[in-house]
Write a new protein. Structure first.
Ligand code: NAI
Length: 511
């Protein structure tokens, strides 16, 4: 055995289930130096996994990322096994079989009688309770969740999940082994969705809600979130990639496992599309259409040409009012400074959380001439401006606002009235769910940030995202969204409320 292997936390691993996940885990374990004994209910699956990994390593050699000797050694460390009985000498057995509680319970019951007393048992389940999987074991303390993401070699994070009875030492050893395989472990309590699939509820669910209200079409919502917040994929692009037959059951499962928590309420739009088979890229049609594998993105409506722009009056309550006035000046607008707008003025409001309608009504502004601009973030920090009309906004005023804010060439999206525009709603929802994960002690704030950036590829962790906007602003948005929608899904988590009230960072841990 090599020196490297000697130092590994687990040298002899059993891997049960050699499908998509099992072979990925086998790859990184073998690369770290462990011997991996492969078992599958379908004997052909083990050979298929070995052949696929041989291919992978050949490609890495061809690209110069691995030596031929190392590739050969890795392949040698993959040992086909006829059945679970062959795993007697393993110090760790990882399960990546079918996602069914009874089948996983039976497997671990069987393994318990085969492996030695100090061997660790791990499940790669993504949606079942680790506690329930271990509940039939004589020694449930030796079982933990070891939740990898697909594709395993590229997704460098793994959730190490402690069930109710899991020994702390088992969690530590799995975390150490994850690092030895080049992955970053994050520690999670056994709760529905663990960290990543729980934190990931905000982005998709809120975007579906926004689309369901016909605030904007799918492509516009995607453009807004990419250009304003720096998300790599818009929520509908992401849904098309994952496919609704995979993501909708996860949304429903987490919603029900949390006893119909309104924050996680799934969308009828997604359910309907799943029922109709319009599930995503893999079938050529999802929220977008695909021709020869190429996404068909509907073109953006161009900014209208308006001969003479009206003067502009800005509400005294506008968010970032000074910046907004400066922006209007830079765009060459004629700005009215009187206490009330003139009869001709275009009226601009910039609410946080409220809709344009509410602001127009409360401030007694002429709704026909009132439009909203999202000023959540400084104009210099966004690649797109978002305007919202209200149901009474006149066509000429909408066109004038669009033309004015597009004057310097920055893209402008015009959406229907919505509390919190698009970005405010989505960001506030993501931050709120993340804050609640911390409030429940599911993981540390630091591990949450790591899990979300590595597991979901967000441009920043959700708490950092909240700090960027300011916890007080996120709170204000949520309070106002509750007023606009009367929906408990927007009630702020105590974690957010307390930190917002005290002016603390959302990353500030509680002693
Ligand atoms: P898969 O269907 O690609 O592979 C499962 C393999 O397990 C198959 O080869 C099957 O023959 C084998 N198998 C089924 N029952 C067995 C049993 N009783 N004994 C031995 N082998 C058995 O599934 P995939 O996608 O690899 O998922 C496996 C596990 O990983 C599931 O628990 C899933 O929830 C979890 N997971 C999946 C992710 C994904 O994106 N696919 C991500 C994270 C976790």
């Amino acid at each position: 055995m090599s020196d490297v292997a000697q130092r590994l936390t687990f040298r002899n691993i059993g891997l049960v289930g050699t499908g998509a996940m099992g072979r990925g885990i086998a790859q990184i374990a073998a690369q770290a130096g462990s011997t991996v004994h492969l078992v599958d209910a379908q004997p052909a699956a083990v050979e298929a996994a070995r052949a696929a990994l041989r291919d992978t390593w050949d490609k890495l050699v061809a690209k110069g990322r691995m030596t031929a000797d190392d590739a050969a050694a890795c392949l040698q460390r993959l040992v086909p096994a006829a059945g679970v009985e062959a795993l007697a000498g393993c110090d760790l057995v990882i399960e990546a079989i079918v996602e069914r509680l009874d089948v996983k319970q039976d497997l671990f019951r069987q393994l318990e009688d085969i492996v030695g007393p100090d061997a660790v048992l791990a499940t790669n389940t993504s949606s079942l309770s680790v506690t329930a999987i271990g509940s039939r074991l004589r020694a449930p303390q030796r079982l933990a969740g070891f939740h990898f993401f697909n594709p395993v070699p590229l997704m460098k994070v793994v959730e190490v999940v402690a069930g109710l009875k899991t020994d702390a030492g088992v969690v530590q050893r799995l975390a150490a082994f994850a690092r030895e395989m080049g992955h970053t472990p994050v520690l999670a309590q056994d709760t529905p969705g663990f960290i990543v699939n729980h934190a990931g509820r905000g982005y998709i669910t809120e975007a579906l809600r926004i689309a369901g209200e016909r605030v904007a079409d799918f492509a516009t919502i995607d453009r807004i979130l990419k250009d304003q917040m720096g998300f790599r994929l818009g929520p509908f692009e992401l849904l098309d990639l994952t496919a609704l037959d995979v993501s909708q059951p996860v949304m429903e499962s987490i919603y029900h496992q949390y006893y119909e928590e309104p924050r996680f309420r799934p969308s009828v739009i997604a359910a309907q599309r799943l029922a109709g088979g319009v599930v995503g890229r893999k079938v050529g049609e999802g929220f977008y259409r695909y021709v020869d594998g190429q996404v068909q993105v509907p073109p953006e409506p161009p900014a209208p040409v308006v001969e003479a722009l009206p003067p502009v009056w800005v509400s005294p309550g506008a968010a970032r009012r000074a910046e907004l006035l400066q922006l209007l000046k830079d765009l060459g607008a004629t700005i009215e400074t009187a206490a009330q707008p003139s009869e001709r003025a275009l009226i601009v409001v910039a609410p946080l959380g409220h809709d344009v309608t509410t602001v127009a009504a409360v401030e007694r502004l002429d709704p026909g001439r009132t439009v909203g601009l999202d000023m959540l973030l400084p104009d210099g920090a966004v690649k797109r401006r978002v305007l919202a009309t209200n149901p009474a906004t006149r066509h000429d005023m909408r066109a004038a606002a669009h033309a004015l804010f597009a004057r310097d060439g920055k893209p402008v999206s015009v959406i229907r009235d919505s509390g919190g525009f698009v970005t405010q709603r989505v960001v506030a929802t993501i931050v709120n769910i993340a804050a609640d994960i911390c409030q429940q002690g599911i993981c540390t704030p630091g591990d949450l940030e790591t899990a979300v950036t590595l597991g979901l590829g967000y441009p920043a962790g959700p708490l950092a995202m909240g700090d960027r906007v300011g916890a007080a602003s996120v709170l204000e948005i949520l309070f106002n969204l509750q007023t606009v929608y009367g929906d408990p899904r927007y009630r702020p988590s105590p974690w957010l409320r307390r930190r917002g009230a005290l002016g603390l960072s959302l990353l500030h841990p509680e002693e």
